[in-house]
Every structure is written in C-alpha cells, then in structure tokens.
Design a protein around this ligand. Sequence first.
Ligand code: HEC
Ligand code: HEC
Length: 188
Amino acid sequence: MRFVLAAVACLAAPIAVQAQTPDGMAAWSRIYAVASHPRCTNCHVGSSGRPAWDDLGYGRNRLHGMNIVADASRIGAESIPCRACHISAAGENAVPHSAPQIDDAWRLPPVELAWRGKSSAEVCTQLRDPETNDGFDLVGLIDHVRTSAFVNYGFKPGAGRNSAPGSVASLAQDLQTWGDAGMPCEEG
Ligand code: HEC
Ligand code: HEC
C-alpha cells in the first residue's frame, strides 16, 4: 500500500508542477484570446443555433440578421440553409459585409462547442476533455486547427472584418505548449 501511494505521488507530482508553469498558462491565455474572438464565437454559439454578428459593425451582442437559425442539422436544413448565401468554395471574401465563403460547407459546430460568452475557465475545461470536446484529444485539436477551413477563415476573414489574434501556426504552437504543460486552466 505504501508503495502504491509513493508511486501515485511520483506520478502526480510532475503533473502538478507542470500545471503551474507560466509558459503553459501564457499559452492558454493566447489560445483563449483566439477562442473568445468574435471570428470564432459567432459560429461557436451552442444550443441556441443562432449564429452571431458580433464585431461586424452592428454593435455589441448582435445575432445574425434575417432570423437565421441553424437548428439540429447545424446547417439550417430545417429553414434557410447556410449555403443559400455562404457558398462552399475558396473565396477572397473581398467585398465587405457579403456572406463569407470558404472551401467547406458553412455550418455551426456541434452544440457542446459553445464558446460565445464563456469564461476562460469554462472554455479551458471544455477544450481539454475529449468527453466534452467532440472527441478531440490534443493531437486531434492541433490537427483540426491546422487543417480546418473555419479556423483559417478566422485568421483571414477578408475585407472589413477584424481577424482573430495571431495565426494558424501560432495557435497550433500554443496548443502544443499548453498540452506539454498538462493543459492548465485558470481557477473558477
Ligand atoms: C463557420 C463557422 C465556424 C467558424 C467561424 C469557426 N468554427 Fe470552429 N468549428 C466549426 C465546426 C462546424 C466544427 C466541428 C468540426 C468540423 O465539422 O469541422 C468546429 C470545430 C472546432 C474545433 C474542434 C472541436 C473542439 O472544440 O475541440 C476547434 C478547436 C475549433 N473549431 C476552433 C475554432 C477557432 C479557433 C475558430 C476561430 C479562429 C473557429 N473554430 C471558427 C465551425 C466554425
Ligand atoms: C440570406 C443570406 C444568409 C444566410 C441564409 C446565412 N447567412 Fe450567415 N451571413 C450572411 C451575410 C451577408 C453575412 C456577413 C455579415 C457582415 O459581415 O456584415 C453573414 C455572416 C455570418 C457569420 C459571421 C461571420 C464572422 O466572421 O463573424 C456567421 C457566423 C454566419 N453568417 C453563420 C451562418 C450560418 C450558420 C448560417 C446557416 C444556419 C447562415 N449564416 C446563413 C448571410 C447569410
């Protein structure tokens, strides 16, 4: 029994120390600055199914115009489909206030990936646990960030839109640093 306890203590200690590394927390703050940016949260809205138009020049806390709802399909199949305006093909998005188009079917993420209005601790806890994360572990997360047309759009949203801070590469690097530090989250 004593041996088991000692072994557990040995295993737990490095993780506890790592979890407090300033690098890991600094990387998380940069990840949260991206994940809480309107270019990401306007889609990552959760169960309401109402995409948002925050930070597009219509004031704070704005939902998508024209009463657009994504519903359970997350692509608006039940009402007006997203593709009626958001064309699935790579585009420059050079015309301000036109519907963004990317090389993927424009849609909302699964409900569990709700980030709009969520605190750093809430997003962090959600993101580090595959159970609440659409099954993504760290490797999957980094791969998603590197390859997703949605994430790429967030950093290159075209004319008239603020981009999320940093780049796809810096976000992938920060996720690696945060993961190596044991995925520390803020308290609360
Ligand atoms: C047009 C809507 C849209 C935008 C904008 C968007 N996402 Fe997503 N996101 C999705 C969808 C849909 C998924 C589900 C996976 C898939 O279908 O590719 C997803 C999944 C994810 C995932 C993996 C699941 C998870 O929670 O671990 C991450 C990470 C992610 N998005 C990050 C971002 C970041 C960072 C931005 C902004 C730079 C962003 N997304 C912008 C639609 C969007
Ligand atoms: C009738 C046309 C139309 C339909 C249908 C439509 N959109 Fe849009 N959407 C737009 C326009 C136009 C904009 C650009 C607003 C702006 O930049 O001022 C936009 C912008 C957005 C944005 C903001 C992007 C950003 O960078 O902040 C999101 C998120 C979004 N739409 C999600 C959806 C989803 C999800 C669907 C389907 C459920 C959908 N839209 C259906 C016209 C449409």
